[in-house]
Design a protein around this ligand. Structure first.
Ligand SMILES: Cc1ncc(COP(=O)(O)O)c(C=O)c1O
Length: 426
């Protein structure tokens, strides 16, 4: 959870525009107490783009009419309101499909990737019960996959959890060894949400296809950030969501290859929407936004990913040259352009984030039941509790600037040095 402590407001002008309920923090021309000028940036700075992304104004523009005059239910086939909504949904389906090399009819809309992951795993487990009961996944998958696997184990499935190396990658030989004649599904994510590590999905897809095993990938973090083609990767199922790609929250999709649909049992029964795979009235404004966001990302990805990787490398170089005892977690080579995950040894990540109250970031810890735990993903890469606890995840996105990167790197270098000084005095 990210909080803005009251002290973070010191030195900023707070304005309450007439049409907004929340105050806006606007550029301060003052030097902050640490001597870093924030004149070129607007605070707070958002660098947590793996958690969610701001809505692109072009996406909002596409969505707005579907909240007001074009409010029809896409399933109403007896009047123009319904036809208009249905046409907008079909356009979005084409836009999303085109961005991943799929057919429009292979896109099944859901409420987000958590639902898509659940549908893929539980739907295949039930749909392929006659064929087998064994699933292969990896220890660093998102909880939506891991917890679905736990559920399936409780009802009699067998799950193999592949380990990863210190680079965060699975070993393809271990995958080959894990297949049995009862294997029905392999679920391996395209890009990790903490380390940004890209798994070799094309090789994994080839191994699955050779064995006639379905291949699912949680492709949430990869969509629109790195090339993703369902045919090149031999994907049968892929989980997607709009809000990691400058689109709205609460709108996702499951890509289902045409000939895999028969092997998938729906989780939700009802009106038979989405070819019976996901009943429920469609979220038309969300779907329209999802389509537009995929269209934009597909057109702009080559230029945008280069620019973002440049910002990420600038941040990395500044931190590495400004501080000692920093380590990069996960492969630098096989990584999302906007991701950097670094441990600042001898510094507690949560304390670092509290001090960095004008920058939105995530630490390598997760809070559950009131207790803070080191990230399971980083621990699976072989990090100690201490190294995982000192990790920070940087998620750089479309709206970040060079000035922001310079401001953040300066703040971190200064803060890490002072926290280390304090701890050495204890
Ligand atoms: C890799 C990955 N999978 C699944 C999800 C869940 O997505 P959603 O928020 O759309 O349910 C997330 C988001 O946290 C994610 O990063």
């Amino acid at each position: 959870m990210f909080h803005w402590p009251a002290s973070s407001l010191a030195g900023f002008f707070i304005v309450f525009p007439a049409n907004q309920t929340l105050p806006l923090l606007v550029k301060s021309c003052l030097m902050s107490s640490n001597g870093l000028s924030s004149a070129a940036v607007t605070l707070p700075i958002y660098l947590d783009n793996h958690a969610t992304t701001p809505l692109d104004s072009r996406v909002l523009e596409a969505m707005l009419p579907f909240f007001t005059s074009r409010f029809g239910n896409a399933a109403s086939n007896s009047h123009s309101f319904g036809w208009e909504a249905a046409a907008a949904v079909e356009k979005a389906r084409r836009q999303i499909a085109a961005s991943i090399g799929a057919l429009p009819q292979e896109i099944v809309f859901t409420s987000g990737a958590t639902e898509s992951d659940n549908l893929a795993l539980k739907g295949v487990a039930e749909g392929c019960r006659e064929k087998g009961d064994h699933i292969i996944t990896a220890v660093t998958e998102h909880k939506a996959v891991l917890d679905s696997c736990k559920h399936l184990e409780k009802i009699g499935c067998r799950v193999t959890y592949l380990p990863v190396g210190s680079d965060g990658l699975i070993d393809l030989d271990q995958l080959k060894d894990a297949f049995t004649d009862r294997t029905i599904l392999v679920s391996i994510m395209a890009a990790n949400n903490e380390t940004g590590v890209l798994q070799p999905i094309e090789e994994i897809g080839r191994l699955c296809r050779e064995r006639g095993v379905l291949f699912h990938s949680d492709a949430v973090q990869a969509l629109g950030k790195v090339p993703l083609d369902v045919n090149r990767a031999n994907l049968d199922l892929a989980s997607l969501t709009a809000h990691k790609l400058y689109g709205p929250k609460g709108c996702g999709a499951l890509y289902v290859r045409q000939n895999a649909a028969a092997r998938l049992v729906p989780l939700i029964d009802g009106g038979g929407h989405e070819n019976g795979l996901r009943s429920g009235t469609l979220n038309v404004p969300g779907i329209v936004g999802f389509g537009r966001t995929c269209e934009i990302a597909h057109a702009e990805m080559p230029e945008e990913s280069c620019r973002i990787a440049g910002l990420r490398n600038r941040l990395r170089d500044r931190l590495v040259s400004g501080l000692d005892q920093v380590t990069i977690n996960g492969s630098m080579e096989h990584r999302l352009p906007g991701n950097l995950n670094m441990s600042f040894l001898d510094v507690d990540g949560e304390t670092l984030l509290t001090g960095l109250n004008d920058v939105a970031l995530s630490s390598g810890s997760a809070c559950s039941s009131g207790k803070t735990h080191a990230s399971y993903v980083l621990k699976e890469l072989g990090l100690s509790d201490e190294a995982a606890g000192s990790a920070i995840r940087f998620g750089i996105g479309r709206f970040n600037t060079e000035a922001e990167i310079d401001y953040v790197s300066g703040r971190i270098i200064e803060l890490v040095k002072s926290l280390r000084e304090v701890s050495s005095l204890k």
